[in-house]
Design a protein around this ligand. Structure first.
Ligand code: GLN
Length: 257
């Protein structure tokens, strides 16, 4: 009998140890430091880099950001806000980064960090298909719409054009199709995407007004995350993943970029 009791005690102990062990394991995993989410601001009005498909934010930039987050082992958390707010949000550190087809200009570099470049772009002109504007010099004396806070707007201001600025490129195109302006100036790939939606009413002129490079914006001085993102970007370049993403969105891309 004593023997049986002893065995029972041992068995109970064993059980409680297991239970204890299990309990501990649970506490352990709960306490395990999880990498914080990588927060990103964007403006989903810039197809095919970022745009809405129903409720979902999709596009080349989104896939690039997701691939970077994966390499860094962090969850990606995207916030969709105005373009200028996305820039300010990254500059002030409200978000870890802004990915929004952002041109890394010298002026912006004074207020924020930039990753290495990942895409080469330019400013392009959209006009009505029957417009008398055929080349950039025809823009003289015309009224041109653009997107607020962008390098396109800056180009037009620098060259003293009469402009109408809108929150989104789509609104800038509506100003053109409704006859309020004579042309739109916006990033080339976006010009094509927005013009393609007009069923032939508009065309994109085959002339680049600028040469620009897109990069990821971060808080000024956040060199650690900038370096991590650069590491991830070069991995994505080397593996061909970046080229694959651009191909998916029909974005011309030269591996040498
Ligand atoms: N590349 C342009 C800029 O940085 C436009 C970006 C955008 O509108 N999302 O200003």
């Amino acid at each position: 009998m004593k023997k049986v009791l002893a065995l029972l005690l041992i068995a109970l102990c064993g059980l409680s140890l297991v239970a204890c062990g299990g309990g501990e394991a649970e506490t352990d995993s709960a306490a395990e430091p999880k990498a914080e989410a990588l927060t990103m601001a964007t403006n989903a009005e810039f197809p095919p880099f970022e745009y809405l498909e129903g409720e979902e934010i999709v596009g080349a930039d989104i896939e690039i950001a997701q691939a970077i987050a994966e390499i860094l082992g962090r969850e990606l958390e995207i916030t969709n806000i105005d373009f200028d707010a996305a820039l300010t949000g990254a500059a002030t550190g409200k978000y870890d980064m802004a990915v929004a087809g952002i041109t890394a200009t010298d002026e912006r570099k004074q207020n924020m960090n930039f990753s290495d470049d990942y895409y080469t772009a330019s400013q392009a002109i959209i006009v009505m298909a029957d417009s008398d504007i055929k080349v950039a010099t025809d823009l003289e004396g015309k009224t041109i719409s653009c997107q607020e806070g962008t390098t396109g707007e800056q180009y037009l201001l620098d060259n003293e054009y009469e402009i109408q600025s809108f929150k989104t490129g789509a609104e800038a195109v509506t100003a053109l199709t409704s006859g309020k302006v004579d042309a739109v100036v916006i990033d080339n790939a976006v010009a094509k995407a927005l013009s393609d939606k007009q069923n032939g009413a508009t065309v994109v002129l085959d002339e680049a007004l600028t040469k620009e490079a897109y990069a990821i914006a971060l808080q000024k001085g956040d060199d650690e995350l900038t370096a991590e993102i650069n590491g991830a970007l070069s991995e994505l370049k080397a593996s061909g993943k970046l080229a694959e993403i651009f191909a998916k969105y029909e974005l011309p891309y030269d591996d040498a970029e």
